[in-house]
Ligand binder design. Structure first.
Ligand code: THU
Length: 154
């Protein structure tokens, strides 16, 4: 387990707590079709934590991932910056699988609200976790500026 300490002094949630909150949130997953339950927790710049789980749908592509549910909840509560995210997912009733990563759509969604060096924690087994930065998982986010790079008027 990488033990990257990026928490601000005095922050209410440390990495281990945030991962535990994501693990707990798996209980709320609505994964009727895949039986793959995912929980996510995020911390906003206010220092408050918000939660999400995957929510599936009979029309499969309509379902939403845990990461986007958590970030959407934070934004709807007035946050505009997410400083860290923890993710716990795996087959229902099994321990979290450390090999899961946020999907491409979630990474693009996260890049709107997280800085490249913001931390993403992935739960591993019964109590561990791995730590990444957003830029490690998603080095080349789409943004309108990059799209305009070839223009001379930026
Ligand atoms: N899922 C997430 O919630 N987050 C991820 O990072 C990967 C996948 C969900 C989507 C779907 O409900 C289930 O896991 C299986 O793909």
């Amino acid at each position: 387990m990488t033990d990257r300490k990026t928490e601000k002094p005095g922050a209410e949630f440390n990495d281990r707590m945030l991962v535990q909150l994501a693990r707990d949130q798996r209980e709320r997953s609505y994964a009727k079709y895949s039986d793959f339950t995912v929980g996510a927790s995020v911390v906003g710049e206010s220092g408050k934590a918000y939660f999400g789980c995957n929510i599936e749908n009979a029309s499969y592509p309509v379902g939403i991932c845990a990461e986007r549910t958590a970030v959407a909840t934070a934004i709807a509560h007035g946050e505009r910056k997410i400083t860290s995210l923890a993710l716990a997912g795996g087959k229902r009733d099994e321990l979290p699988d450390s090999k899961i990563r946020p999907c491409g759509m979630c990474l693009q969604f996260l890049s709107e609200f997280m800085d490249p060096d913001a931390v993403i924690l992935i739960a591993d087994g019964d109590s561990g976790f791995e730590s990444f930065t957003l830029s490690e998982l998603f080095p080349h986010a789409f943004n309108l500026k990059a799209n305009e790079r070839d223009d001379d008027n930026d």
